[in-house]
Design a protein around this ligand. Structure first.
Ligand code: FAD
Length: 398
């Protein structure tokens, strides 16, 4: 198909080809709204960047309902159980048959991104890789613009709207004048060593281990790749753990001696993630609209980030479509108010999960208090049916 936009601009200029920007772009093309995407990194880089893996049922409905779900339907796996291991033993929650009865689909984010890129191009979309945006302007007026730096040098793009889908470290959120949005932020004081390991999942379910030495987690990704998390000291250099130290610590915290061994194998990728949350309110300024991590970060404790990004992209696509085809900007004006209650509900649950899985080690009064609180929370989850149904709705829902 022919490219729909010239180098000079498009009705909607989208910055960033992550889940938010790519879902938005695909939905706009399907609705006949002219758009283009500029992405800082190369195609190979965005299609290899391993991050999320757990897609909520609502996310899957949005993707499948808009012709973006062929890959996840073919290769994703349904997952409806999680297991908690503590010093008292382990218990499983079959959340896929609790609450609303919804499960996750496990499908690596890089595979989803690859599918979305392919579909955007197939629909005739204009996607410019290797093109960082350094500045966005004219947001108060009719013709906002952005400065893109392509392989042949810098050029200016103009449009009617700008969608900032460029993640937490992106340019767009920084262009909003001070005082125009209120930031809400929490650093949780907890860090995870996030590991991608080249072995099949060792356990049949997501497993959260609460241990006196810190949290450890096991999550399936594909039949040959598993994600593990190890709580570590904030500021840890990810390279400071040898592979033997990683596996010994995972064995210890996952209590392999008691529950069975893990499958050791090569560590393919490692990064330290500081658990941090922030929310911008509103998520828009003039003709700039933020979606996904650009509008706010959520700690990975409840696996909501990519899901919230897809939901915001859907809301924004509908609002742009109404503005462009019907001349009605009311849904755009309400964009933040539509998204924020969902975002805050996810933030609240994610924050609760941090308290379920972590507590300080110290022997001071406050550390002891927080540990007892965490243990009581786990016990409540293990024994209370009401709590289990509520957990299921929040864990798999949006
Ligand atoms: C280790 C880890 C595990 C996670 N696990 C889960 C999970 O299981 N479930 C879940 O839902 N979420 C999870 N997340 C969160 C999830 O990955 C993010 O929330 C998601 O990627 C957000 O999508 P996005 O499109 O908003 O931003 P991103 O995916 O960050 O995409 C933004 C894009 O913008 C580009 N960009 C940035 N700056 C510029 C610029 N100046 N010009 C042009 N382009 C630019 C970037 O290169 C990038 O491609 C996890 C995150 C991490 C780190």
């Amino acid at each position: 198909m022919e490219k729909r936009s010239s180098k000079g601009g498009a009705t909607v200029l989208i910055v960033g080809a992550g889940p938010a920007g790519l879902v938005l772009g695909n939905l706009l093309l399907a609705a006949g709204v002219d758009c283009l995407i500029v992405e800082r990194s190369s195609r190979a880089h965005v299609e290899r960047r391993a991050r999320a893996g757990f897609l909520a049922a609502e996310t899957v409905r949005v993707l499948v309902g808009n012709g973006l779900g062929a890959g996840l339907l073919a290769r994703g796996r349904t997952h409806g159980t999680c297991v908690f291991r503590t010093e008292r033993g382990e218990f499983a929650l079959r959340y896929g048959s609790l609450g609303r009865g919804e499960a996750h689909t496990v499908y690596p984010q890089q595979d989803l991104v690859s599918d979305l890129v392919a579909e955007f191009l197939r629909r005739g979309g204009d996607l410019r890789f290797g093109t960082p945006v350094s500045e966005v302007g004219g947001l108060d007026g009719e013709r906002p613009w952005l400065m893109a730096h392509g392989p042949q040098g810098p050029y200016r793009l103009t449009g009617r709207y700008v969608a900032g889908c460029d993640g937490r470290q992106g340019t767009c959120r920084q262009q909003i004048p001070a005082g125009e949005v209120r930031a809400h932020r929490r650093r949780h004081g907890v860090s995870w060593l996030a590991l991608l390991v080249g072995t099949p999942p060792a356990l049949p379910a997501v497993t959260y281990a609460v241990h006196e030495r810190g949290f450890a987690g096991h999550m399936a990704r594909t039949p040959s790749v598993t994600r593990y998390y190890l709580q570590c000291e904030p500021g840890t250099d990810p390279g400071s753990w040898s592979e033997t130290a990683v596996w010994d610590e995972l064995d210890l915290r996952m209590r392999a001696e008691r529950f069975g061994p893990l499958r050791r194998g090569p560590v393919l990728e490692r990064a330290v993630v500081d658990l941090e949350s922030d929310v911008l309110d509103p998520m828009q300024y003039g003709r700039l609209f933020l979606a996904g991590d650009a509008a706010g970060l959520i700690s990975p404790s409840a696996a909501k980030g990519a899901n919230l990004a897809v939901m915001a992209a859907q809301t924004l696509a509908r609002a742009f479509t109404t503005a462009v085809h019907e001349g009605d900007e009311e849904p755009l004006a309400r964009y933040s108010a539509t998204c924020l209650p969902r975002i805050w509900r996810a933030q609240e649950f994610s924050h609760w999960m941090i308290g379920l899985l972590h507590a300080p080690h110290g022997d001071d009064e406050e550390s002891r208090f927080l540990r007892a609180l965490r243990d009581s929370r786990l016990e409540n989850l293990r024994t209370s049916t009401v709590q289990q149904h509520s957990f299921a709705d929040n864990y798999a829902g949006l």
